[in-house]
Write a protein that binds this ligand. Structure first.
Ligand code: DGJ
Length: 733
């Protein structure tokens, strides 16, 4: 294949290099990873010169290349960049580069494919955080301006089967980490070797799910939180998805394997007529030479740099769910509100149960008006009391869902997403509303808009409690069309429209606790409810791994009652407090059942949260690599390194009697520090007689300890009883 001498583009940011050779017929990525420094034209040419591998025996006669749009035309036998057909033909795309422009950290490639008749635009943006975002836009163009739209064109739509955004990885990346999970055990890590073949994660729930891949990471074997070279991918999309890491014996050009992602499209879901277009989900690729903390740091920086990132101190929240469930009695809720205000709560959220017919979870979804029997005077008396205390008022909604036992379902059965032959089974007694239906969408916007305006709602807890099984939009004569893509876009439009009308409104992505945690929904929401599980033993893990993508201020973390409602485990107050402290903290408990002493202690914790949230919500998240899986040491270090908070936690007993010298991650070994124990949230029960000596001293004040000891040699940490945690504060002197 003839190829011209190519121009080479080099994007650099925050220690990352991305080098693309703008060759003919297609560009290829020469390098994505560690910063290669300031490269001259000759240096870049040398990179290009060394970008071809060997011609293998019994193989294509040109060295295989891995391009930005890999197809079979290159001899590529892995997952192609796109698949589709036009009425059964045009199945072998062969795009060519038609234009390229670069500037301001961005490289835009224009490709045209005569076979499929599609124009493709790839936008690579290396963000200041070092995260490389890739946007893919596909258009089926109108052939000539001014002509009849379809003149001269095959009128059959182009059925887009799959679009996968792919980037190459070096052969040394041989270990894979991603996530799975279930309700109340979200983001459970799974790790193993990157074997030959495809590691594919397909999400068919119409939401990322409790078992979402979350962040697909491949690294040099042995990578940890603090060290190792790692490459990761997040697909920023809330509908169906496909993520993969793929390794073949002949590699991908000179690279060893590939990382890719996109939307999982149903057959026939995207059919492009002339003039139509499709945008694939934004794929966020991230590299770090500093382990998983390095990856997390880049994502946190990316998110914090957004103009709409929540900037105000994250209000201490009380959510009513585990306090009252469906028992909505005004006097009880007013009492709860008063007690919340007295201990310093700043936002009160009225959870499920307030709307028409909603006395339990079998009825009412869809009828977004206040239940007149339970709330004869509307929500005003509660909203006014909340606002009167200077608190924000939040309300639970689940706009995308409907119970068959509702006025909405009775009046608009055609608005329900599901096949014409009859709806399938319910889930949590509910079905999905077709948000892409213009009338359903308009109804939701009007209902929510009215509520927000009437009650001065500051915050919506936006739930979504079921998968989108058989997510088809009903059509005349049984011509049902796949609807998950349109549903996802419809929800995004709804969120955007509400934010536009109410710029100060904050929205939480809840979804059964943690089933819609993605950067697509977070582009228009302000935090996630990470899990319905408030049991701190479980929560330590859920928050740790949710934090792999999201900074603490976006992760809702609430203190529950002594006995967890979801696991039945009883835990000490201080462990619950310290676990919830490291997120956007709140309370999920019936304060009317707490003694004055308990409320007093809760108030001290609230004050502690308010004192330290500026640090927790702006600093770098650090996690120590420990041999003992039953212990966790994590913290947040201020950007300037001058202050830090650490949580030393034990979830279970373990064989080692003591941790021994342990390094506090993220500190400067050359700096001088002092350390103290913070006891406002209580102190842990210890599984030891006494010591270590520095800890005993730090219980009553600052203890000077140099960085050489804290971050270099390490300090012995006390042995905690199971389900206990300790809070350490460090500051530079
Ligand atoms: C699921 C959520 O995760 C809970 O916090 C609560 O809001 C319930 N739904 C209410 O139905």
């Amino acid at each position: 294949m003839t190829r011209t001498t190519a121009r080479i583009t080099h994007l650099r940011a925050a220690g990352v290099s991305f080098v693309v050779e703008l060759g003919d017929p297609l560009p290829r990525v020469l390098h994505w990873g560690e910063d290669l420094g300031e490269l001259t034209g000759d240096d870049l040419a040398a990179l290009g010169l060394t970008a071809d591998g060997v011609v293998l025996n019994n193989a294509p006669d040109d060295a295989r290349r891995f391009t930005v749009w890999p197809t079979e035309a290159d001899g590529w036998t892995g997952t192609p960049a796109h698949q589709g057909h036009r009425g059964g033909v045009a199945t072998t795309p062969r795009p060519r580069l038609t234009g390229a422009r670069e500037g301001d950290g961005e490289l835009v490639l224009e490709l045209a494919d005569e076979v499929s008749g599609l124009d493709l635009t790839l936008t690579y943006r290396l963000e200041p955080s070092g995260v490389l975002t890739v946007r893919t836009d596909i258009t089926r163009p109108l052939r000539a301006a001014g002509e009849d739209a379809t003149a001269g064109q095959d009128p059959a739509p182009y059925d887009l089967a799959a679009v996968t955004t792919l980037l190459p990885l070096p052969a040394r990346a041989g270990e894979i980490l991603d996530f799975t999970g279930k309700w109340c055990r979200e983001r459970a890590p799974q790790r193993g070797s990157l074997a030959y073949g495809s590691h594919v994660r397909e999400v068919r729930r119409g939401r990322p799910g409790q078992d979402a891949p979350h962040l697909l990471t491949v690294g040099v074997p042995g990578f940890g939180f603090r060290s190792g070279e790692v490459w990761g991918l997040h697909v920023a999309w809330s509908g169906n998805q496909r993520w993969l890491a793929e390794r073949s014996p002949e590699g991908a050009g000179v690279h060893g394997s590939v990382l890719g992602g996109g939307e999982l499209l149903a057959p026939g879901e995207i059919r492009l007529a002339p003039g139509d277009s499709y945008s694939a989900p934004l794929c966020c690729f991230v590299w770090s030479g500093e382990g998983l903390d390095g990856l997390a740091d880049r994502f946190h920086s990316l998110l914090r740099a957004r103009p709409a990132h929540p900037a105000s101190p994250r209000p201490l929240t009380l959510n009513t769910w585990e306090a009252v469930y469906f028992d909505h009695r005004l006097d009880r809720l007013l009492d709860l509100t008063d007690r919340a205000a007295a201990i310093g709560v700043e936002r009160l959220v009225l959870d499920d149960g307030w709307f028409s017919g909603r006395r339990d979870d079998t009825a009412g979804l869809g009828d977004w008006t206040v239940d007149a029997t339970v709330w004869p005077d509307g929500l005003g008396p509660l909203a006014d009391r909340v606002h009167g205390h200077g608190m924000e008022f939040g309300l639970w909604v689940e706009p995308e869902m409907v119970n068959l036992d509702s006025t909405l379902a009775a009046e608009h059965p055609d608005w329900i997403l599901g096949p014409s032959v009859g709806l399938g089974g319910s889930s949590r007694h509910q079905y999905v509303l077709n948000v892409a239906h213009p009338d359903a969408w308009a109804y939701l916007l009007k209902s929510l808009d009215t509520l927000i305006s009437r009650y001065g709602i500051d915050y919506l807890k936006w739930d979504h409690n079921r998968d989108l099984n058989e997510g088809v939009a009903r059509g005349a004569g049984g011509r049902d069309r796949p609807g998950v893509h349109a549903q996802t876009e419809g929800v995004y439009r709804l969120l955007d429209a509400l934010k536009e009308r109410h710029p100060a409104l904050e929205i939480e992505s809840c979804s059964s606790g943690g089933a819609r945690v993605d950067l697509g929904v977070l582009a228009r929401t302000d935090r996630v409810w990470a899990s319905d599980c408030n049991d701190p033993v479980e929560r330590q893990a859920v928050q740790r791994w949710t934090g792999q993508l999201l900074p603490p201020e976006l992760i809702g973390a609430h203190v529950g009652g002594p006995r967890s409602h979801t696991t039945g485990r009883v835990t000490d107050e201080s462990f619950r407090y310290l676990t919830a402290l490291f997120g956007h903290a709140g309370i999920e408990d019936d304060l009317t059942a707490r003694t004055p002493e308990e409320l007093d202690r809760l108030g001290r914790w609230v004050a502690l949260y308010k004192e330290v949230r500026a640090l927790l919500h702006s600093g770098r998240v650090v996690r120590a690599d420990l041999d003992d899986d039953s212990t966790l040491l994590h913290g947040v270090v201020a950007e300037d390194g001058g202050a830090a908070l650490y949580c030393w936690a034990r979830t279970a007993t373990s064989a080692p009697a003591q941790a021994g010298r342990t390094r506090l991650p993220g500190l400067d070994p050359a700096a001088r520090y002092e350390v103290r124990v913070r006891d406002e949230a209580g102190l842990p029960a210890l599984h030891q007689v006494s010591g270590p000596a520095w800890f005993t001293a730090a219980l009553s004040g600052w203890v000077p300890l140099p960085g050489a000891v804290l971050a270099g040699a390490g300090v012995p940490l006390p042995t905690l009883d199971p389900a206990q945690a300790l809070l350490l504060e460090v500051r530079r002197v």
